[in-house]
Design a protein around this ligand. Structure first.
Ligand code: NAD
Length: 445
Protein backbone atom coordinates (compact mmCIF):
# COMPACT_ATOMS: atom_id res chain seq x y z
CA UNK A 1 0.00 0.00 0.00
CA UNK A 2 1.40 3.41 -0.92
CA UNK A 3 1.90 5.88 1.88
CA UNK A 4 0.90 9.49 1.35
CA UNK A 5 1.74 12.10 3.97
CA UNK A 6 -1.17 14.32 4.92
CA UNK A 7 -1.48 17.11 7.40
CA UNK A 8 -5.26 17.49 6.92
CA UNK A 9 -7.44 17.00 9.94
CA UNK A 10 -9.44 13.75 9.64
CA UNK A 11 -13.11 14.19 8.79
CA UNK A 12 -15.59 12.98 11.40
CA UNK A 13 -18.91 11.25 10.61
CA UNK A 14 -21.88 13.33 9.44
CA UNK A 15 -24.95 12.71 11.58
CA UNK A 16 -27.26 13.60 8.68
CA UNK A 17 -26.17 10.67 6.50
CA UNK A 18 -29.35 8.50 6.52
CA UNK A 19 -27.55 5.14 6.31
CA UNK A 20 -25.62 5.77 9.48
CA UNK A 21 -26.27 3.88 12.69
CA UNK A 22 -26.12 7.16 14.58
CA UNK A 23 -29.39 8.15 12.91
CA UNK A 24 -31.03 4.91 14.05
CA UNK A 25 -29.72 5.38 17.56
CA UNK A 26 -30.55 9.09 17.57
CA UNK A 27 -27.08 9.68 18.85
CA UNK A 28 -23.71 10.56 17.37
CA UNK A 29 -20.54 8.83 18.45
CA UNK A 30 -18.43 11.31 20.39
CA UNK A 31 -14.87 11.80 19.14
CA UNK A 32 -12.86 8.81 20.29
CA UNK A 33 -9.18 8.04 20.27
CA UNK A 34 -9.40 4.89 18.15
CA UNK A 35 -11.60 6.53 15.49
CA UNK A 36 -9.41 9.65 15.40
CA UNK A 37 -6.25 7.58 15.01
CA UNK A 38 -7.82 5.36 12.34
CA UNK A 39 -8.97 8.42 10.38
CA UNK A 40 -5.49 9.96 10.61
CA UNK A 41 -3.95 6.72 9.39
CA UNK A 42 -6.54 6.25 6.62
CA UNK A 43 -5.84 9.75 5.33
CA UNK A 44 -2.09 9.17 5.45
CA UNK A 45 -2.58 5.99 3.40
CA UNK A 46 -4.70 7.91 0.87
CA UNK A 47 -7.96 6.02 1.56
CA UNK A 48 -11.31 7.44 0.51
CA UNK A 49 -13.59 8.79 3.22
CA UNK A 50 -16.19 6.01 2.61
CA UNK A 51 -13.52 3.32 3.05
CA UNK A 52 -12.29 4.90 6.28
CA UNK A 53 -15.90 4.98 7.51
CA UNK A 54 -16.26 1.23 6.85
CA UNK A 55 -13.10 0.53 8.83
CA UNK A 56 -14.11 2.77 11.72
CA UNK A 57 -17.79 1.82 12.03
CA UNK A 58 -19.21 -1.29 13.64
CA UNK A 59 -20.93 -3.91 11.52
CA UNK A 60 -23.69 -4.62 14.07
CA UNK A 61 -24.82 -3.32 17.42
CA UNK A 62 -27.32 -5.14 19.61
CA UNK A 63 -28.78 -3.07 22.42
CA UNK A 64 -30.60 -5.44 24.76
CA UNK A 65 -32.69 -5.68 27.89
CA UNK A 66 -31.93 -8.85 29.77
CA UNK A 67 -34.52 -10.21 32.22
CA UNK A 68 -32.73 -12.31 34.78
CA UNK A 69 -34.06 -14.24 37.75
CA UNK A 70 -31.77 -13.65 40.73
CA UNK A 71 -32.46 -14.89 44.26
CA UNK A 72 -36.17 -15.20 43.43
CA UNK A 73 -36.58 -11.76 41.83
CA UNK A 74 -36.59 -10.68 38.19
CA UNK A 75 -33.93 -8.05 37.54
CA UNK A 76 -33.68 -6.43 34.12
CA UNK A 77 -30.19 -5.50 33.04
CA UNK A 78 -29.56 -3.19 30.10
CA UNK A 79 -26.64 -3.94 27.86
CA UNK A 80 -25.03 -3.66 24.50
CA UNK A 81 -23.14 -6.08 22.29
CA UNK A 82 -21.08 -4.51 19.53
CA UNK A 83 -19.90 -6.70 16.66
CA UNK A 84 -17.37 -4.37 15.14
CA UNK A 85 -15.49 -6.19 12.38
CA UNK A 86 -15.16 -9.86 11.40
CA UNK A 87 -13.01 -9.52 8.27
CA UNK A 88 -10.07 -11.39 9.82
CA UNK A 89 -12.01 -13.90 11.93
CA UNK A 90 -14.87 -14.31 14.42
CA UNK A 91 -15.82 -11.25 16.49
CA UNK A 92 -13.69 -11.47 19.63
CA UNK A 93 -13.94 -9.46 22.81
CA UNK A 94 -14.68 -9.54 26.51
CA UNK A 95 -17.84 -9.18 28.54
CA UNK A 96 -17.64 -6.33 31.04
CA UNK A 97 -20.05 -5.61 33.84
CA UNK A 98 -20.20 -2.01 35.00
CA UNK A 99 -22.79 0.53 36.05
CA UNK A 100 -21.82 3.05 33.38
CA UNK A 101 -21.79 0.92 30.20
CA UNK A 102 -22.80 2.91 27.09
CA UNK A 103 -23.22 2.04 23.41
CA UNK A 104 -20.39 4.31 22.35
CA UNK A 105 -17.92 3.16 24.99
CA UNK A 106 -18.67 -0.45 24.02
CA UNK A 107 -18.27 0.47 20.36
CA UNK A 108 -14.86 1.96 21.00
CA UNK A 109 -13.80 -1.11 22.99
CA UNK A 110 -15.01 -3.40 20.18
CA UNK A 111 -13.12 -1.30 17.62
CA UNK A 112 -10.07 -1.58 19.82
CA UNK A 113 -10.38 -5.38 19.64
CA UNK A 114 -10.41 -5.20 15.83
CA UNK A 115 -7.22 -3.14 16.00
CA UNK A 116 -5.65 -5.35 18.69
CA UNK A 117 -6.24 -8.65 16.91
CA UNK A 118 -4.92 -7.14 13.65
CA UNK A 119 -1.94 -5.35 15.25
CA UNK A 120 -0.77 -8.68 16.68
CA UNK A 121 -1.70 -10.78 13.63
CA UNK A 122 -4.40 -12.84 15.38
CA UNK A 123 -7.10 -14.37 13.16
CA UNK A 124 -9.98 -12.88 15.09
CA UNK A 125 -12.06 -9.76 14.53
CA UNK A 126 -13.33 -7.35 17.16
CA UNK A 127 -16.40 -7.25 19.40
CA UNK A 128 -17.38 -6.34 22.96
CA UNK A 129 -20.27 -6.70 25.38
CA UNK A 130 -21.19 -4.37 28.21
CA UNK A 131 -23.88 -5.26 30.74
CA UNK A 132 -25.07 -2.52 33.07
CA UNK A 133 -24.76 -3.92 36.56
CA UNK A 134 -24.95 -1.36 39.34
CA UNK A 135 -23.82 -3.24 42.46
CA UNK A 136 -24.89 -0.42 44.82
CA UNK A 137 -28.40 -0.67 43.34
CA UNK A 138 -28.34 -4.47 43.78
CA UNK A 139 -27.49 -4.08 47.49
CA UNK A 140 -30.44 -1.67 47.79
CA UNK A 141 -32.91 -3.90 45.88
CA UNK A 142 -32.00 -6.99 47.89
CA UNK A 143 -31.83 -5.08 51.19
CA UNK A 144 -28.21 -5.98 51.91
CA UNK A 145 -25.77 -3.90 53.88
CA UNK A 146 -21.97 -3.92 54.07
CA UNK A 147 -19.74 -5.54 51.48
CA UNK A 148 -20.76 -9.14 50.72
CA UNK A 149 -18.53 -10.67 48.05
CA UNK A 150 -20.53 -13.93 47.87
CA UNK A 151 -23.65 -11.85 47.07
CA UNK A 152 -21.77 -9.89 44.38
CA UNK A 153 -20.59 -13.17 42.85
CA UNK A 154 -24.18 -14.44 42.61
CA UNK A 155 -25.23 -11.25 40.76
CA UNK A 156 -22.26 -11.42 38.40
CA UNK A 157 -22.62 -15.11 37.57
CA UNK A 158 -26.40 -14.84 37.11
CA UNK A 159 -26.09 -11.80 34.81
CA UNK A 160 -23.55 -13.62 32.61
CA UNK A 161 -25.61 -16.83 32.65
CA UNK A 162 -28.70 -14.92 31.45
CA UNK A 163 -26.64 -13.24 28.72
CA UNK A 164 -25.18 -16.61 27.65
CA UNK A 165 -28.62 -18.19 27.50
CA UNK A 166 -30.03 -15.31 25.39
CA UNK A 167 -27.18 -15.30 22.83
CA UNK A 168 -26.08 -18.96 22.97
CA UNK A 169 -26.23 -19.44 19.17
CA UNK A 170 -23.81 -16.60 18.45
CA UNK A 171 -21.18 -18.33 20.60
CA UNK A 172 -21.96 -21.91 19.59
CA UNK A 173 -21.69 -20.99 15.89
CA UNK A 174 -18.38 -19.19 16.55
CA UNK A 175 -19.77 -15.90 15.29
CA UNK A 176 -18.74 -14.12 18.48
CA UNK A 177 -16.25 -15.64 20.93
CA UNK A 178 -16.43 -13.89 24.32
CA UNK A 179 -13.80 -13.68 27.06
CA UNK A 180 -13.40 -12.06 30.50
CA UNK A 181 -13.16 -8.31 30.98
CA UNK A 182 -13.84 -5.87 33.85
CA UNK A 183 -15.66 -7.70 36.68
CA UNK A 184 -15.78 -11.04 34.88
CA UNK A 185 -13.30 -13.90 34.99
CA UNK A 186 -12.93 -17.67 34.52
CA UNK A 187 -15.99 -18.53 36.66
CA UNK A 188 -18.27 -16.47 34.41
CA UNK A 189 -16.71 -18.02 31.29
CA UNK A 190 -17.50 -21.48 32.70
CA UNK A 191 -21.18 -20.46 32.72
CA UNK A 192 -20.99 -19.65 29.01
CA UNK A 193 -19.45 -23.06 28.37
CA UNK A 194 -22.31 -24.61 30.40
CA UNK A 195 -24.74 -23.09 27.88
CA UNK A 196 -22.95 -24.10 24.67
CA UNK A 197 -21.05 -27.23 25.76
CA UNK A 198 -18.55 -26.21 23.09
CA UNK A 199 -15.02 -25.60 24.41
CA UNK A 200 -14.19 -23.28 21.50
CA UNK A 201 -17.22 -21.03 22.05
CA UNK A 202 -15.59 -19.00 24.84
CA UNK A 203 -12.05 -18.35 26.06
CA UNK A 204 -10.64 -17.63 29.50
CA UNK A 205 -12.24 -20.83 30.89
CA UNK A 206 -11.12 -22.00 34.35
CA UNK A 207 -8.51 -24.69 34.90
CA UNK A 208 -9.87 -28.19 34.35
CA UNK A 209 -12.83 -27.09 32.20
CA UNK A 210 -12.90 -28.73 28.76
CA UNK A 211 -10.59 -26.73 26.48
CA UNK A 212 -8.95 -24.53 29.15
CA UNK A 213 -5.45 -23.25 28.47
CA UNK A 214 -2.57 -23.17 30.96
CA UNK A 215 -1.16 -19.63 31.09
CA UNK A 216 -4.32 -17.88 29.84
CA UNK A 217 -4.93 -16.34 33.28
CA UNK A 218 -1.46 -14.77 33.47
CA UNK A 219 -1.13 -14.01 29.74
CA UNK A 220 -2.24 -10.37 29.76
CA UNK A 221 -0.09 -9.45 32.77
CA UNK A 222 2.82 -11.38 31.26
CA UNK A 223 2.52 -9.48 27.96
CA UNK A 224 2.42 -6.14 29.80
CA UNK A 225 5.54 -7.17 31.75
CA UNK A 226 7.37 -8.05 28.55
CA UNK A 227 6.45 -4.69 26.96
CA UNK A 228 7.57 -2.86 30.13
CA UNK A 229 10.93 -4.64 30.01
CA UNK A 230 11.44 -3.74 26.33
CA UNK A 231 10.49 -0.14 27.04
CA UNK A 232 12.91 0.11 29.97
CA UNK A 233 15.77 -1.43 28.01
CA UNK A 234 15.31 0.06 24.55
CA UNK A 235 13.65 3.41 25.09
CA UNK A 236 14.54 4.45 28.65
CA UNK A 237 17.92 2.61 28.54
CA UNK A 238 17.44 1.48 32.10
CA UNK A 239 17.86 -1.84 33.85
CA UNK A 240 14.66 -3.39 35.19
CA UNK A 241 16.43 -4.07 38.50
CA UNK A 242 15.66 -1.18 40.82
CA UNK A 243 13.35 0.53 38.31
CA UNK A 244 10.34 2.24 39.89
CA UNK A 245 6.85 1.25 38.76
CA UNK A 246 3.35 2.55 39.63
CA UNK A 247 0.25 0.51 38.82
CA UNK A 248 -3.43 1.50 38.81
CA UNK A 249 -5.72 -1.49 39.42
CA UNK A 250 -5.04 -4.76 41.20
CA UNK A 251 -7.21 -7.33 39.42
CA UNK A 252 -6.81 -10.09 36.81
CA UNK A 253 -4.23 -8.14 34.82
CA UNK A 254 -2.36 -6.20 37.50
CA UNK A 255 -1.78 -8.95 40.08
CA UNK A 256 0.36 -11.25 37.89
CA UNK A 257 1.94 -8.17 36.27
CA UNK A 258 3.06 -6.76 39.62
CA UNK A 259 4.41 -10.16 40.67
CA UNK A 260 6.35 -10.69 37.42
CA UNK A 261 7.88 -7.20 37.68
CA UNK A 262 8.84 -7.67 41.34
CA UNK A 263 10.39 -11.08 40.47
CA UNK A 264 12.53 -9.30 37.85
CA UNK A 265 13.83 -6.89 40.49
CA UNK A 266 11.61 -3.87 39.77
CA UNK A 267 10.22 -1.88 42.70
CA UNK A 268 6.44 -1.59 42.49
CA UNK A 269 6.21 1.50 44.70
CA UNK A 270 2.54 2.45 44.30
CA UNK A 271 -0.69 0.56 43.61
CA UNK A 272 -4.25 1.91 43.67
CA UNK A 273 -7.69 0.46 43.01
CA UNK A 274 -11.28 1.68 43.11
CA UNK A 275 -11.24 1.97 46.93
CA UNK A 276 -7.82 3.56 47.54
CA UNK A 277 -4.14 2.76 47.33
CA UNK A 278 -0.84 2.06 48.96
CA UNK A 279 2.75 3.34 48.62
CA UNK A 280 6.12 2.02 49.70
CA UNK A 281 9.33 3.73 48.60
CA UNK A 282 11.22 0.41 48.89
CA UNK A 283 8.77 -1.58 46.80
CA UNK A 284 5.54 -3.26 47.91
CA UNK A 285 5.34 -6.93 48.92
CA UNK A 286 3.14 -8.18 46.07
CA UNK A 287 2.25 -11.60 47.49
CA UNK A 288 1.25 -9.96 50.79
CA UNK A 289 -0.88 -7.45 48.87
CA UNK A 290 -2.61 -10.25 46.89
CA UNK A 291 -3.52 -11.97 50.17
CA UNK A 292 -4.68 -8.66 51.69
CA UNK A 293 -6.86 -8.01 48.61
CA UNK A 294 -8.37 -11.49 48.77
CA UNK A 295 -9.23 -10.89 52.43
CA UNK A 296 -10.50 -7.31 52.25
CA UNK A 297 -11.48 -6.75 48.61
CA UNK A 298 -8.86 -4.03 47.93
CA UNK A 299 -5.30 -2.80 48.49
CA UNK A 300 -6.30 0.00 50.87
CA UNK A 301 -4.89 -0.57 54.36
CA UNK A 302 -1.92 -2.58 53.10
CA UNK A 303 1.56 -1.16 53.73
CA UNK A 304 2.69 1.99 55.45
CA UNK A 305 1.26 4.87 53.40
CA UNK A 306 -2.03 5.24 51.58
CA UNK A 307 -2.23 6.73 48.10
CA UNK A 308 -4.99 8.23 45.94
CA UNK A 309 -5.34 7.56 42.23
CA UNK A 310 -4.39 11.15 41.34
CA UNK A 311 -1.29 10.90 43.57
CA UNK A 312 -0.36 7.67 41.79
CA UNK A 313 -0.41 9.39 38.38
CA UNK A 314 1.96 12.09 39.68
CA UNK A 315 4.51 9.69 41.24
CA UNK A 316 8.13 10.11 40.14
CA UNK A 317 8.54 6.66 38.59
CA UNK A 318 10.11 5.14 35.49
CA UNK A 319 6.93 3.51 34.23
CA UNK A 320 3.28 4.18 35.05
CA UNK A 321 0.98 1.28 34.20
CA UNK A 322 -2.75 2.08 34.23
CA UNK A 323 -4.36 -1.38 34.54
CA UNK A 324 -7.89 -0.56 35.72
CA UNK A 325 -10.29 1.43 33.51
CA UNK A 326 -10.35 3.76 30.51
CA UNK A 327 -9.81 7.54 30.18
CA UNK A 328 -8.05 7.98 33.54
CA UNK A 329 -5.18 10.04 32.09
CA UNK A 330 -6.74 13.01 30.38
CA UNK A 331 -6.22 16.65 29.43
CA UNK A 332 -6.68 17.65 33.09
CA UNK A 333 -3.91 15.52 34.60
CA UNK A 334 -1.54 14.62 31.71
CA UNK A 335 0.78 17.52 32.53
CA UNK A 336 1.13 16.20 36.10
CA UNK A 337 2.40 12.78 35.01
CA UNK A 338 6.03 12.48 36.11
CA UNK A 339 6.62 8.95 34.81
CA UNK A 340 9.10 8.65 31.95
CA UNK A 341 6.88 6.22 30.10
CA UNK A 342 3.38 4.71 30.19
CA UNK A 343 2.36 1.16 29.33
CA UNK A 344 -1.37 0.83 28.68
CA UNK A 345 -2.44 -2.36 30.45
CA UNK A 346 -6.08 -1.23 30.60
CA UNK A 347 -8.00 -0.43 27.44
CA UNK A 348 -7.70 3.23 26.46
CA UNK A 349 -6.54 4.59 29.81
CA UNK A 350 -4.98 7.59 28.03
CA UNK A 351 -7.32 9.90 26.11
CA UNK A 352 -6.43 11.31 22.67
CA UNK A 353 -5.82 14.77 24.15
CA UNK A 354 -3.56 13.33 26.86
CA UNK A 355 -1.76 11.22 24.24
CA UNK A 356 -0.82 14.39 22.32
CA UNK A 357 0.27 16.22 25.51
CA UNK A 358 2.42 13.27 26.64
CA UNK A 359 4.01 12.96 23.20
CA UNK A 360 4.95 16.65 23.26
CA UNK A 361 6.44 16.18 26.74
CA UNK A 362 8.50 13.21 25.51
CA UNK A 363 6.67 10.60 27.60
CA UNK A 364 6.68 7.36 25.58
CA UNK A 365 3.39 5.44 25.50
CA UNK A 366 3.02 1.81 24.42
CA UNK A 367 -0.62 1.41 23.43
CA UNK A 368 -3.18 -1.09 24.67
CA UNK A 369 -3.44 -2.76 21.25
CA UNK A 370 0.09 -4.11 21.75
CA UNK A 371 0.66 -3.94 25.50
CA UNK A 372 -2.41 -5.83 26.71
CA UNK A 373 -2.77 -8.18 23.73
CA UNK A 374 -1.37 -11.14 25.71
CA UNK A 375 -4.87 -12.25 26.67
CA UNK A 376 -6.23 -12.35 23.15
CA UNK A 377 -3.07 -14.02 21.83
CA UNK A 378 -3.48 -16.77 24.44
CA UNK A 379 -7.20 -16.87 23.59
CA UNK A 380 -6.29 -17.69 19.98
CA UNK A 381 -4.35 -20.69 21.27
CA UNK A 382 -7.18 -21.67 23.64
CA UNK A 383 -9.70 -21.43 20.78
CA UNK A 384 -7.68 -23.32 18.21
CA UNK A 385 -6.47 -26.06 20.57
CA UNK A 386 -9.68 -26.49 22.52
CA UNK A 387 -10.34 -30.06 21.29
CA UNK A 388 -6.78 -31.25 21.73
CA UNK A 389 -6.06 -33.90 24.34
CA UNK A 390 -2.52 -32.55 24.67
CA UNK A 391 -2.23 -29.57 27.01
CA UNK A 392 0.31 -26.92 26.15
CA UNK A 393 2.84 -26.04 28.82
CA UNK A 394 2.26 -22.62 30.38
CA UNK A 395 5.78 -21.56 29.33
CA UNK A 396 4.97 -22.34 25.68
CA UNK A 397 1.81 -20.22 25.80
CA UNK A 398 3.71 -17.31 27.35
CA UNK A 399 6.47 -17.69 24.75
CA UNK A 400 3.87 -17.32 21.98
CA UNK A 401 2.56 -14.17 23.73
CA UNK A 402 6.09 -12.76 23.94
CA UNK A 403 6.94 -13.56 20.31
CA UNK A 404 3.71 -12.14 18.88
CA UNK A 405 3.89 -8.92 20.89
CA UNK A 406 7.66 -8.57 20.38
CA UNK A 407 7.48 -8.98 16.60
CA UNK A 408 4.71 -6.41 16.21
CA UNK A 409 6.20 -4.00 18.75
CA UNK A 410 9.41 -4.05 16.66
CA UNK A 411 7.43 -3.32 13.48
CA UNK A 412 5.57 -0.48 15.23
CA UNK A 413 8.72 1.12 16.67
CA UNK A 414 10.40 0.89 13.23
CA UNK A 415 7.39 2.48 11.48
CA UNK A 416 7.09 5.19 14.15
CA UNK A 417 10.75 6.14 13.58
CA UNK A 418 10.41 6.07 9.78
CA UNK A 419 7.31 8.28 9.73
CA UNK A 420 8.05 10.38 12.81
CA UNK A 421 4.78 9.34 14.48
CA UNK A 422 3.96 7.88 17.89
CA UNK A 423 4.19 4.13 18.56
CA UNK A 424 0.42 4.20 19.10
CA UNK A 425 -0.24 5.67 15.67
CA UNK A 426 2.24 3.29 14.05
CA UNK A 427 0.60 0.23 15.64
CA UNK A 428 -2.79 1.55 14.50
CA UNK A 429 -1.44 1.90 10.96
CA UNK A 430 -0.21 -1.72 10.93
CA UNK A 431 -3.64 -2.87 12.10
CA UNK A 432 -5.62 -0.70 9.67
CA UNK A 433 -3.57 -1.97 6.71
CA UNK A 434 -4.13 -5.60 7.73
CA UNK A 435 -7.90 -5.19 8.20
CA UNK A 436 -8.22 -3.18 4.99
CA UNK A 437 -6.43 -5.78 2.89
CA UNK A 438 -8.73 -8.61 4.02
CA UNK A 439 -11.85 -6.44 3.69
CA UNK A 440 -10.91 -5.76 0.07
CA UNK A 441 -10.12 -9.42 -0.60
CA UNK A 442 -13.44 -10.53 0.90
CA UNK A 443 -15.31 -7.77 -1.04
CA UNK A 444 -16.51 -6.09 2.18
CA UNK A 445 -15.45 -2.80 0.58
P1 NAD B 1 -10.56 -6.61 37.14
O1 NAD B 1 -12.01 -6.34 37.29
O2 NAD B 1 -10.01 -7.95 37.51
O3 NAD B 1 -9.71 -5.50 37.99
C1 NAD B 1 -9.93 -4.15 37.81
C2 NAD B 1 -9.14 -3.39 38.86
O4 NAD B 1 -9.32 -2.01 38.60
C3 NAD B 1 -9.58 -3.62 40.29
O5 NAD B 1 -8.47 -3.60 41.14
C4 NAD B 1 -10.49 -2.42 40.56
O6 NAD B 1 -10.58 -2.07 41.94
C5 NAD B 1 -9.77 -1.35 39.77
N1 NAD B 1 -10.66 -0.24 39.42
C6 NAD B 1 -11.90 -0.32 38.89
N2 NAD B 1 -12.43 0.91 38.76
C7 NAD B 1 -11.48 1.79 39.19
C8 NAD B 1 -11.43 3.19 39.34
N3 NAD B 1 -12.47 3.95 39.01
N4 NAD B 1 -10.32 3.73 39.83
C9 NAD B 1 -9.25 2.98 40.19
N5 NAD B 1 -9.24 1.63 40.09
C10 NAD B 1 -10.35 1.05 39.61
O7 NAD B 1 -10.22 -6.23 35.62
P2 NAD B 1 -9.02 -6.77 34.74
O8 NAD B 1 -9.47 -8.01 34.03
O9 NAD B 1 -7.77 -6.78 35.54
O10 NAD B 1 -8.95 -5.65 33.62
C11 NAD B 1 -8.33 -4.39 33.87
C12 NAD B 1 -8.25 -3.61 32.57
O11 NAD B 1 -7.49 -4.36 31.61
C13 NAD B 1 -9.57 -3.31 31.89
O12 NAD B 1 -9.48 -2.06 31.26
C14 NAD B 1 -9.69 -4.39 30.84
O13 NAD B 1 -10.50 -3.98 29.76
C15 NAD B 1 -8.25 -4.52 30.41
N6 NAD B 1 -7.90 -5.80 29.81
C16 NAD B 1 -8.08 -6.97 30.49
C17 NAD B 1 -7.69 -8.17 29.92
C18 NAD B 1 -7.80 -9.47 30.66
O14 NAD B 1 -7.25 -10.49 30.19
N7 NAD B 1 -8.46 -9.52 31.82
C19 NAD B 1 -7.15 -8.19 28.64
C20 NAD B 1 -6.97 -6.96 27.96
C21 NAD B 1 -7.34 -5.79 28.58
Amino acid sequence: MSIRQSTDRPEGPKATDPSRMEVLLQSVEPPTRSATLMRRVGQRLGMERAVIDELVNHQQVVAFRLPCKILGRVIIFGGVMVLHNNARGPYKGGIRLASDVTIWETTELARLMTLKTAATGIEFGGGKTGIRVDMAEMYRIFGREGRDRAFEKIITLDAVECFASAYRDLFAKHIYIPAPDLSTGPDEMAFIYNETLDPASVTGKPEGTHGWLPGRRESTGYGVTFVTLRLLEEILHRDVKGSRIAIQGFGNVAQPLAQYLADLGAKVVGVTDIFGGTYDENGLDIQGMVEHTQRTGGVEGFGKRSLTNEELFALDVDVLIPAAIGHVIHEGNATKVRAKAIVEAANMPVTMEAMDILEQRGVAVVPDILANAGGVIASMEEYSRSLSAIKMAKEDVLRIVRDRIGENLDLSIKLSRELGISITEAATQLAVERVYEVMVRRRFI
